[in-house]
Ligand binder design. Sequence first.
Ligand SMILES: [Zn+2]
Ligand SMILES: [Zn+2]
Length: 428
Amino acid sequence: MDHPPLSTISPHAEHRDWLLCHHCGELQKVVSFSSENEMVCFNCEAILHTGGARRLEFASALALTALVLFILSNALPFITLEIGSQSQTATILDGFWALLERKQWILGGMVITTIFIFPLVEIFAFLYLLVSYSYNRHLPGQVSVLRWLVLAQNWSMLEIFMLSAVVASVKLADMAVIHLETGAYAFFLLVGVLILAYIKLNRRQLWSWLNTNNYFTAYDNEFVYDCRVCKAMVGESIIENKHECPRCQSEIHKRIPYSLQKTTALVLAAIILYIPANVLPIMTYSTLGEVYTDTIFSGVVELLMEGLWGIALVVFVASILVPITKLVILTYLLWSVKIKMRRGAKHRAVLFRLTEAIGRWSMVDVFVVTLLVSLVQFGFIYTVEPEGAIIAFGAVVLLTMVAAETFDPRLIWDALEEDAQSKGDSLD
Ligand SMILES: [Zn+2]
Ligand SMILES: [Zn+2]
């Protein structure tokens, strides 16, 4: 929804007390800045901001801890596998090296980006912002660093890798003895610490520390729109001239340009790749001269036959249910916007937030294959090799994640807005 300037709503309100919901565009007053609670949009119930004032100091201690744990978990051995008298120990990055040896560049690139590069840069970004915040010293480039942190959050996948390590261990449990090594414990702690750091990171407070102004207009009485990164309110004329948020320099539009076209193209590409991802084998394992192949589906069936219900459920949800649900929801949302559906906007907004939240968890299978390839190399006795479907499947996950980012959820509310306007016109 588009909004008249604040001056017509509440002449005495301070601008920093107001916030535009990114999901539906409704304007609302920030209830309490130092509240420990979440603030939720009154219209669509999206979470607008969380966090209290003293959380940032705690977050900087967490970031330091995370750095130490990150170094430990990558330097120390992660897991050991024993078959008979042979044993194989792997670090987290061994999966990446094993993929490079097999010339699996795309898969290797996906793995190293999501479990090493992004998390490491993320930890340094936390430190750069939070330590200087504790001393109230501004450093160059902090606006870009915080912008990157907000945009890259979904692409750092340590907690998903952790789930994959559990799945891989259970899969291997009947053929080998598994020992978790020190690196694995450091890694599990790291995941916990990073999750806590994000909970404690009060972005609103950091943005207003970097630049207190969050309301930019060129003229009186112009419509304002929110910046999806820093939540500043930016006037229509500024957006039309520069397409850049004056506070965080990220791209800003009244609606994401060509949102429907881009999302449709990405969803179509994902649907097409979903076919080879399920038809082709995901990995091959050979033991004592015999070769077996697994598809995504047969992998789940095997786990069920072995009576591993819990893990079968995890793999089924992550690799089959989540991608299908995401594709169905995105297709439905695109169609509903196209036909200007008015019913159930709130439900559709919830569906969209669901696809945003669940999408990355499908990476579980990609990491499981990576882990198995690096761990299970016992020559003639037992080896595992990645196959074509895993690349297709990884691409499906990435494409649907990008599709959720190119879809502009404000489009869901536009049909209602048109109705309200035409009603207003007929009253005049
Ligand atoms: Zn809202
Ligand atoms: Zn901004």
